[in-house]
Write a protein that binds this ligand. Sequence first.
Ligand code: FAD
Length: 486
Amino acid sequence: MMKPRSFDRNLIVIGAGSTGLVAAYIAAAVKAKVTLIEQHRMGGDCLNTGCVPSKALIRTAKLLADMKRAEALGIRRAAFELDFADVMERVQRVIGTVAPHDSVERYTALGVECLIGRARITSPCSVEIAQPGSTSTLTTRAIIIATGARPLVPPIPGIEKAHCVTSDTVWELRTLPRRLLVLGGGPIGCELAQCFARFGSEVTQVEMAPRILLREDPEIVEMVAQQLRTDGVRMLTGHKALRIETDASGTVLVTQSGSVEVRVPFDVLLSAVGRVPNTEGYGLEELGIGLTRQRTIETNAYLQTIHPNIYACGDVAGPYQFTHTGAHQAWYGAVNALFGGVKKFRADYSVIPWCTFTDPELARVGLNESEAREKGIAHEVVRYAIDDLDRAIADEEARGEVKVLTVPGKDRILGATICGSHAGDLIIEFITAMKNGIGLNRILSTIHIYPTLVEANKMAAGVWKRTHAPVGLLRWVERYHAWRRG
Ligand SMILES: Cc1cc2nc3c(=O)[nH]c(=O)nc-3n(C[C@H](O)[C@H](O)[C@H](O)COP(=O)(O)OP(=O)(O)OC[C@H]3O[C@@H](n4cnc5c(N)ncnc54)[C@H](O)[C@@H]3O)c2cc1C
C-alpha cells in the first residue's frame, strides 16, 4: 500500500492487555485519535488469567495458612473445611469487580475507540480488523503492537495423555487436584504451587535448574523454598522432564536427576515453564518485522520495529514480562509514536522492580549480589534480618531479610532485595530512592512510622551506617567526652 495522503487515525493499538490499555489511554489523554483493537478479552492476561486471579488465589491460600497458624498458636481450634469450587468462584468475582477498570465503556469514555476483533497489519500504515461478519481497514500514522504472550507447553513425549493446564486454563478447575505436578520453578510456578499445597493438593514442583527462582540470590531463594516445603510442596530441582507414561499409579512424569530416573505420579499437570510472545498470524512475517532469540519482536531503544512508525511494547517486546514494565514501555511507545517527529525518548530500564508473590514475598529492584559478581561490579552488601523487627514479631511474620547493595564506601544504592511479608510494598522505598538518587543516609534520616514493616528498610540503612561509622571522628569525640568529665 502506498503511504496515504491522510490517515484515519493517529494511532492504532493492537491488544487491550495492560500494555495496550495504557498506550491507548495516553494517546487519548493527549487528544490523539486512537483505536484499540482486542480480539478476546479486555484487560488481557493480567486481568483475566494473570496477576488478578493469581493474587486473589494467593490471598485465599494465605488466609488458610494463617488459620492453621492460629491453631498452632492455640488461639483457634474449630475445624475448617475448604470448598475449592468456592475458592475459584471468588477468583472470578474478583476479576469481575476489577473488570470495569479495563472495560470498553471506561476506555470509550476516556476517548479511546475500542473495537473487538482480530487485527492484522496489512502495511506500515494500515490495519485490517476482522469482526464477526465484517472486515474493515483503517489507515494510521502509527501502530503499537501490544499482543502479549501465551503459556508455553513443552513438547514432552506423552504430554497429550495428561490432564495439562496452564496459567490460561487453571482458573477453570473446580475440583482440587489430589496430586498436582507443577512444571517450572519460576514465579508463576512457585506462586501457584504454594497456593495448591495450602489448599491441600499433594504438590510436586519439578524444575530442571538447580534451584527455583534462578534469577534471585540463592540464600534469599532458600527462604522462599523452605516455606514452600513447609507448606507441603515436594520440590524436585535439578530434575529434567523426560516423558509422560501411564502405569498402575495413573499418569507419571519420568524425570532425570543426574543419572537416575525419578517417577512422579500426578493427576493434573500445571505447565509453568515460560511464556511465548504472540507474534504469528497478524502481519509481522509479511512486513519483515524480525524477532529476537527470545522470540520477542525486535525493537530499537525507542521501541520501534524496522518500520519506524510501528512500535512494540509489553510481553511481546520484552525483555521483561510484567504488567508494570508493559505500562512503562507503553508511555515510551505512545509518546514516541505520536511526537517522535519532534522528540523521541529511549526506554529507560535503569530501575526495574519486580516481585514474586509467594509467602514470603520476594521483591527486587536493581542489581542483586549474584549479578554484581557476574558482571564484576564493585559493591558492598548490607543485610537486615526481619525476624528482629517489632512489627514483624507482632504479626507472626518474623522472617526474611532486607539486602541492599551499595557502591563501596558510598551510600548509593545499586540494588535491593527484600524477602518477607509485603516485600512487594516495602521495596517501593528503594525504587523511589534509586530513581531519584537518594542514598541510605537519607533513608535513615527519614521518619518511618513505628511499628511498621517498612521500618525494616530504615534498619538496613542503620546497619549500613554503623559499618561506615567515621572511626577517626568517634575516637576524637570519645576523648572530648572524657575531657568534659574532667
Ligand atoms: C499467572 C500469572 C501471574 C502473573 N502475575 C503478575 C504479577 O503479579 N505482576 C506483574 O507485573 N505481572 C504478572 N504477570 C505477567 C502479566 O500478566 C503480563 O506481563 C501482562 O499481562 C502483559 O501485558 P500485555 O498487555 O503486554 O499482554 P497481554 O495481557 O497478553 O495482552 C495482549 C492482548 O492482545 C490481544 N491480541 C493478540 N493478538 C491480537 C490481534 N492480532 N488482534 C487483536 N488483539 C490481539 C490478546 O487477546 C490479549 O488480550 C503474571 C502472568 C501470569 C500468567
